[in-house]
Design a protein around this ligand. Structure first.
Ligand SMILES: Nc1ccn([C@@H]2O[C@H](COP(=O)(O)O)[C@@H](O)[C@H]2O)c(=O)n1
Ligand SMILES: O=P(O)(O)OC[C@H](O)CO
Length: 331
């Protein structure tokens, strides 16, 4: 990790950057929002007492869609997961997911969703993925797309190996439970108590990328390299421990980054889940930007943005809580 910031401490940086950021038109732009976690319930707070505004988050999303539509040059929108909160009454889950998806669909263009732990607390994969329009075989929720020939987006499924979302006897559930048993001795598998350093990520609300998905990722990056495409990797769970809470990272972030670091095509990794947000640049010059959560915006404030994509940088233009960030790289 070379530099970064977390929460409100912002360190300006231009590590592998570019002399002038002015004067060029973006190749394209896309909208971004994370952790809407809507539920029709009164305000509450996280386990450590951070306020959560379950109803207001839908208003944040509505204002986001309005802004993206008014902008007129937003090509698509990325939703970084956790569309609905785990506290949503379960008899409302399907309707609430539909309601939030419907708000996203008011955007005049494609919307790409990814799954988060809270989505999976509400619905199993076979119900959830069709509602989110995630193309899927056997419940897998990873995919890629290329908005222009020069760029490829890879959406990872961070709950591929997970104790939530798969049937209880599914091999992926069993593999996840084995990992949790080995790595987290607490009875409450969401508790990091007693876990040291990076081991604090072995919590039930996180997960891992499985072997098949890793092989798929390798193939996509090989192909992108052949096609001279730059790649943006998106995942609900952050992939870099630089300036992210250790309790929020993908279990096998190291294996995923080992694959990514075999190539030069990945320039930026984007994530949600760690609600306070952050930005780091890893040892290979890859930017990791974790987006601040819509759920934790006090009423009247926002956390969404859009990203202008250039040949040599991604420029995140944030609203209110979502900090603007320039991510420069060698093209
Ligand atoms: N230090 C912690 C943090 C969390 N937990 C457990 O995880 C659940 C989810 O936490 P949120 O902050 O996302 O609401 C929480 O209900 C606890 O069960 C914990 O044990 N210790
Ligand atoms: O979105 P939650 O409730 O799973 O919270 C995740 C934590 O913020 C990870 O640190």
């Amino acid at each position: 990790m070379l530099f970064g910031w977390k929460g409100t401490t912002h360190i300006m940086a231009s590590a592998n950057g570019v002399a002038s950021l002015q004067g060029k038109r973006p190749l394209f732009s896309f909208g971004a929002i994370a952790d809407v976690q809507y539920a029709d319930i009164p305000d509450g707070h996280s386990f450590i007492g951070i306020p959560r505004y379950y109803r207001h988050s839908l208003l944040v999303l509505q204002r986001a869609v309005q802004k993206w539509n008014n902008h007129q040059k937003i090509k698509f929108v990325m939703n970084f997961g956790d569309i609905v909160d785990g506290h949503c009454p379960k008899d409302q889950s399907i309707d609430v997911v539909k309601e939030v998806v419907n708000e996203f669909e008011k955007f005049n263009g494609p919307v790409y969703h990814m799954i988060g732990n809270h989505c999976l607390y509400n619905l199993p994969r076979d119900k959830l993925l069709p509602l989110l329009n995630i193309p899927s075989i056997d419940g897998r929720a990873y995919y890629d797309f290329s908005p222009i020939p020069e760029y490829r987006f890879v959406v990872l499924d961070g709950y591929d190996i997970s104790a939530i979302g798969w049937p209880q006897d599914h091999p992926n559930t069993l593999e996840a439970l084995k990992i949790l048993r080995e790595k987290n001795p607490n009875t409450e598998k969401n508790s990091p108590d007693g876990l040291v350093g990076m081991d604090r990520r072995f919590l039930m609300y996180n997960g891992a990328v499985g072997k098949e998905q890793l092989e798929w990722l390798d193939g996509v990056l090989q192909d992108a390299t052949k096609l001279k495409q730059k790649v943006v990797v998106c995942c609900h769970l952050p992939l870099d421990p630089g300036f992210t809470s250790r309790e929020a990272i993908l279990w096998n972030y190291d294996e995923v980054m080992d694959v990514i670091h075999c190539y030069n095509c990945v320039k930026v990794c984007l994530a949600g889940h760690d609600h306070q947000g952050g930005h780091s640049v890893d040892s290979h010059g890859i930017h990791h930007r974790v987006l601040e959560a819509a759920l934790e915006c006090p009423p009247g404030t926002d956390a969404f943005g859009y990203i202008d994509v250039y040949e040599n940088r991604l420029s995140l233009v944030g609203t209110d809580q979502l900090q603007s960030t320039d991510m420069c790289f060698n093209p």
